[in-house]
Design a protein around this ligand. Structure first.
Ligand code: GLY
Ligand code: MN
Ligand code: MN
Length: 461
């Protein structure tokens, strides 16, 4: 946990942002894996961590905006628990670490929430994303658990998003630690990227680094020589000649802050000339997009800077033609980059997505595009100092998409399908870094992870 003052200050800020009522926060519980006593690795809810810091299952909290009190609910461990789990802190001790004096057993929560509802007070809560939390909320509020997302408080979501979006110095330090772990994961993956090695062996090695140096990975590792599949979680291939391995992997620190880095490495450590041609285009999109990143510019602007560079690069290689401005406006570039430039990152690798992607990355004025490709942009708003983003352009040769568009004759004025077919063996390239928006510009977080052709070939050799 951070010092108790951190949580006290955050809750004070929330008290100021919210007008009245109470906010109910449900911490995560253990989730059974294959039978009740065999559970998944426990991960606390990020909003619970942000406001209370208690990193254990079985807790809830109420923040009363009218009386100004904050309360922690939880049950003390009994002797049976201690026999199996060892000595445990009391609820009072844990609450004190969070700067909270008032605690009650869990059984009291429903009674207190019902008392508030009886007085016609508003009970705010955030949208739950786990079945267990939906059931618990439903039973406390006496509402249909399936309705919990629609009944969630827009006012509380807005307040929490405004706070969590701007990272404190201690949070940035944690994210940098997560990127440092990712450095070791990615350099290890590059060194292991040799002919005849199994993807699974590399996947296991880098997952092990994340566990040895922090709380594990921040999302399931994406590692494949079929990098044209954007989120490829199958690791069954043996590394083959003329393939590139896309490794999209990040770590979570012990305080649960994330990193999210992608590197693309040629099997055997040397780029072929065709691989290099495509790689250099994506690298330019990555570095130019990062260069342009500063307060006031929007993530949508940065997205289109990268899309134009990808399209210009494809034109330079003969895969696209005509006006690049018109091609990007029409959405033709999305054949090669069918995803957004990046997302916010913090306690969640896609930060606060549980609160609703559009609540984080869009506004009443700025609505999500319906165009293929741009529709996947998770955040379109302006950057502010303290925001942390991923910048992750890519270029992919997806056989099914190329076949569909080519058969439909889609964007024939902008795409030379004959030439595209020649590049299919390249598979996919993505290069992703984690960037902090500063007062005047930006800072790429963590130790620089090799990403130029020469740097990668040097590490591999
Ligand atoms: N790690 C998944 C992503 O980059 O969004
Ligand atoms: Mn990623
Ligand atoms: Mn990402």
């Amino acid at each position: 946990m951070f010092k108790s003052e951190v949580y006290i200050k955050r809750r004070e800020q929330l008290h100021k942002l919210m007008k009245s009522g109470v906010a109910l926060f449900i911490g995560n519980n253990e989730s059974p894996f294959n039978y009740p006593a065999n559970t998944y690795h426990f991960r606390q809810d990020s909003d619970f961590l942000y406001f209370f810091g208690i990193d254990l299952p079985g807790f809830a909290a109420l923040i009363d905006f009218d009386s100004g009190t904050d309360i922690i609910f939880g049950n003390d461990f009994d002797m049976d628990d201690i026999i199996w789990m060892g000595p445990q802190p009391t609820v009072k001790e844990l609450a004190a670490k969070s700067g909270i004096k008032t605690t009650f057993p869990m059984a009291k929560l429903e009674e207190m929430v019902q008392a508030a509802l009886l007085k016609k007070r508003r009970v705010h809560f955030l949208p739950p994303y786990r079945g267990e939390s939906k059931m618990l909320l439903g039973s406390i509020l006496k509402e249909n658990p399936c309705q919990m997302k629609t009944l969630a408080s827009g006012e509380l979501i807005k307040a929490v998003v405004s706070m969590r979006s701007v990272k404190e110095k201690i949070e940035i330090d944690e994210i940098e630690k997560a990127v440092e772990i990712a450095y070791d994961m990615h350099v290890t993956a590059m060194k292991m990227c040799k002919l005849g090695i199994g993807e699974q062996e590399i996947f296991g090695a880098i997952e092990g680094i994340a566990l040895a140096k922090g709380a594990g990975t921040s999302f399931p590792v994406i590692l494949s020589i079929n990098g044209q599949t954007l989120h490829n979680h199958s690791h069954g291939n043996i590394l083959k000649k003329d393939k590139m391995m896309v490794t999209d992997a990040g770590a979570e620190t012990n305080l649960h802050y994330s990193s999210d880095i992608t590197r693309t490495t040629p099997v055997g450590g040397k780029f072929s000339s065709m691989q290099k041609d495509v790689y250099e285009v994506v690298l330019k999109a990555n570095t130019e997009a990062i260069k342009a990143t500063k307060p006031g510019i929007s993530n949508r602007d940065i997205h289109f800077i990268a899309c134009r560079i990808i399209a210009e690069g494809m034109k330079g290689l003969g895969l696209m033609k005509g006006s690049i401005e018109d091609a990007v406006e029409a959405g033709a570039h999305a054949l090669f980059m069918p995803h957004g430039i990046g997302h916010m990152m913090g306690l969640d690798v896609h930060d606060m997505e549980g609160l609703g992607e559009n609540n984080v990355g869009y506004s009443d004025e700025i609505k999500r595009s319906k165009q293929f490709g741009t529709a996947f942009l998770r955040f379109a708003l302006q950057y502010k100092p303290g925001h942390v983003f991923t910048i992750e352009p890519g270029c992919y040769f997806i056989p099914e998409l190329v076949a569909k568009w080519s058969m439909e004759g889609k964007f024939r004025d902008f795409i030379s399908y004959d030439k595209v077919l020649k590049f299919m063996p390249v598979g996919g390239v993505r290069i992703e870094d984690n960037v902090l928006i500063t007062d005047k510009g930006h800072k790429v977080l963590g130790k620089a992870i090799p990403k130029t052709v020469r740097e990668i070939e040097t590490v591999c050799s």
